[in-house]
Design a protein around this ligand. Sequence first.
Ligand SMILES: Nc1nc2c(c(=O)[nH]1)N[C@H]1C(S)=C(S)[C@@H](COP(=O)(O)OP(=O)(O)OC[C@H]3O[C@@H](n4cnc5c(=O)[nH]c(N)nc54)[C@H](O)[C@@H]3O)O[C@H]1N2
Ligand SMILES: Nc1nc2c(c(=O)[nH]1)N[C@H]1C(S)=C(S)[C@@H](COP(=O)(O)OP(=O)(O)OC[C@H]3O[C@@H](n4cnc5c(=O)[nH]c(N)nc54)[C@H](O)[C@@H]3O)O[C@H]1N2
Ligand code: SF4
Ligand SMILES: [Mo]
Length: 746
Amino acid sequence: MSRTALRICPLCEATCGLTLTVEDDRVTGARGDRDDVFSRGFICPKGASFGAADSDPDRLRTPMVRRGGELREATWDEAFDAVAAGLRPVVERYGPHAVGVVLGNPNVHTVAGALYPTVLLAGLRTRSLFTASTLDQMPKHVSSGLLYGDANAVPVPDLDRTDHLLLIGANPLESNGSLCTAPDFPGKLKALRARGGTLTVIDPRRTRTARLADRHVAARPGTDALLLAAMTHVLFEEDLVDLGHLAPYVQGVDDVAAAVRDFTPEAAAGACDVGADTIRTLARELAAAPTAAVYGRIGSCTVPHGTLASWLVDVLNVLTGNLDRPGGALFPLSATDRTPRPAGPGRGFALGRWNSRVSRHPEAKGELPISALAEEIDTATDDGSPIRAVIAVAANPVLSAPDGDRLDKALGSLDFMVVVDPYLNETSRHAHVLLPPPPPSRAPHFDFAFNTLAVRNQVRYTRAAVPLEPDRMAETEILARLVLAATGMHGADPEAVDAMVVDQTLGKAVTEAHSPVHGRDPRELAGLLTGDNGPERRLDMMLRLGPYGDGFGARTDGLSLERLLAHPHGIDLGPLRSRLPQPLKTASGKVELLPRPIADDLPRLKRALGERADGLVLVGRRHLRSNNSWLHNVPALTGGSNRCTLHIHPSDAERLGLVDGARVRVKGAGGAVVAPVEFTEGIRPGVVSLPHGWGHDRPGTRMSHASLDPGVNVNQLLDGSLLDPLSGNAVLNGVPVELAPLDTPS
Ligand SMILES: Nc1nc2c(c(=O)[nH]1)N[C@H]1C(S)=C(S)[C@@H](COP(=O)(O)OP(=O)(O)OC[C@H]3O[C@@H](n4cnc5c(=O)[nH]c(N)nc54)[C@H](O)[C@@H]3O)O[C@H]1N2
Ligand SMILES: Nc1nc2c(c(=O)[nH]1)N[C@H]1C(S)=C(S)[C@@H](COP(=O)(O)OP(=O)(O)OC[C@H]3O[C@@H](n4cnc5c(=O)[nH]c(N)nc54)[C@H](O)[C@@H]3O)O[C@H]1N2
Ligand code: SF4
Ligand SMILES: [Mo]
């Protein structure tokens, strides 16, 4: 019997609605849901392969526990007994910081990842938290924290209405967008051009996105902060600054003017390898556009000046009056955001409240740099214990983070490691206990994270498309049980975790004057919650307390889980709207345009004006049918152009005596890898590119298709020492490398 079921796609940030074909509890097809209020039928090749990814035979079905040195199948009870027995002694003997928590990217794509890690961290009280954010967008969080007082207040380019988009270090035609949730990003860029708007792309590679642009600037990698500082300089020099409606909400404009005085286009041109006249044109076009948005992503974050570049993106939006206005860059308002409090000064954002033990890296947003994970495990100091146990959820840092070989060894030396992951892969092979979540068709979906980054306010929820088999456990329950086992409550009812969160949240809400439930009885409110299980009741609570919620009866047509379930294709909540000053939580209650830590980092940027890379530098790239390190096991998503090759400009190749298709040795500070070269005019001379997430050739893994064409781990070229100092973000782009031919040309 064949039927259809709706499921929001978890495979990238675009969050498209899918219509799945289900036969005998197996997903046999996926197409775009034409009635989805947000994605309106859009789908990409990855989403179309949802069924293949979902039913991959290498997905683990049973927990595994290490016995006699080997991972063997076990029951869920045995597995959680082993977790409690493995973790508690470490906490009791070495203290909470000896337990490292590692959270990977898919946590932002699962309900479990949204609802339980915060509870786990609060219960454990460890400072040893490492996530994919420090391989990704931590510079943006730090910049937002400093500018707006809220690290999660990330302005999103208003793709549907802007007249001018300046896109920096992003390739949405392959990635489908990031920190800008927009189903059919490619279509939105085409629509921008069709309505007479302009698209400018800054990228050292001539990507598919760059080819769509009116102007492509192939700047030298790692120099965006210089380029943007020079554009800012031009705005002041040519009197193009116009804050418009923002004027009452911004402080520090004159300080910024002084801070960028030395960053003339002429001074920046050499380092960026972009003509001073081009830099001036970019600034003038930005200022002249009726509305405009500057948007920076991975290429502007994972570089030595990532936080400064992220800050300058917003500075340009502010100085041209484009922040917080339609057509510019706005703050979304998600259905599960907390009830907006009245505008006014807040507590601000603190950086470096503690430091990592070995290299003394400052924390950012409660996290330590994942580049420092290996040394925090393998290096002793007289300042506390090294990490002796790790809890890893949906993370594969052996491939995703710098120097995988060192991390691989470090993970192998742990007293205990528990991993929640569907695969036995490069990281999870070190687990003492491996807990496999069910495939996505058997899990519900709600975009807690991406709705806060979406180009349109909307809300959608899909329940599991296929029922869970009796021997499987929902990932929400796995994480709830993990919380209990890690915090000394092993064996308690996992629903108690949800009940505790509900009690705490409602208990606080009733005390807040601005809350719709102010003064009510939290137990009465808890009794009103609907939903089939703990996680659904928590979702109901968040929706009802949220900005569109029914306030538990206070607003008759407001949102609740019941109301959302009655709209299986979602509810549209309208275009993004101006929200300032409400989102600001800085001590001044204003946008603080030149925060102290930024000002203190500017001399480093000034020194970079004189720097020129004399050798080759490496950048990454993404392929449309990839997803970081874990989709290489799906045959439908590999092959063709999705290969781990070194892209190089023919002029560089000729100079180095390289032959197209031959193997080359690539050497960096952290090691060397061998990959085939692929000539392309689509990359600027002086730059080579390798994709990440490859290197599936380690023993003891079970990724049978991926290991057929394993590729190499680009992050082995890094030694983990190159970081953006303010955010602790790894430098993954613009990394110096040397090449040597391996095969003699025949
Ligand atoms: N050189 C270089 N390195 C990079 C990048 C780059 O651009 N260049 N990009 C970086 C970025 S942006 C990121 S986000 C990181 C990503 O790095 P990671 O956070 O390590 O994420 P993935 O590589 O996607 O691995 C995700 C893991 O989650 C598992 N998984 C998949 N689905 C689920 C699920 O539903 N539940 C659970 N529990 N597990 C699941 C997968 O099997 C896999 O083991 O990589 C970073 N590394
Ligand atoms: N198909 C696919 N989609 C994905 C993912 C995937 O692995 N595959 N991963 C997802 C994740 S976790 C993320 S975070 C997003 C990332 O989404 P994007 O930010 O769009 O990531 P990329 O496609 O890697 O594009 C980054 C671009 O930056 C360029 N670049 C490199 N260095 C520099 C530099 O110094 N300056 C400038 N201006 N540009 C530079 C690169 O050439 C590349 O074209 O994608 C998500 N979507
Ligand atoms: S664009 Fe992203 S969310 Fe949409 S179908 Fe493709 S992978 Fe899924
Ligand atoms: Mo990412």
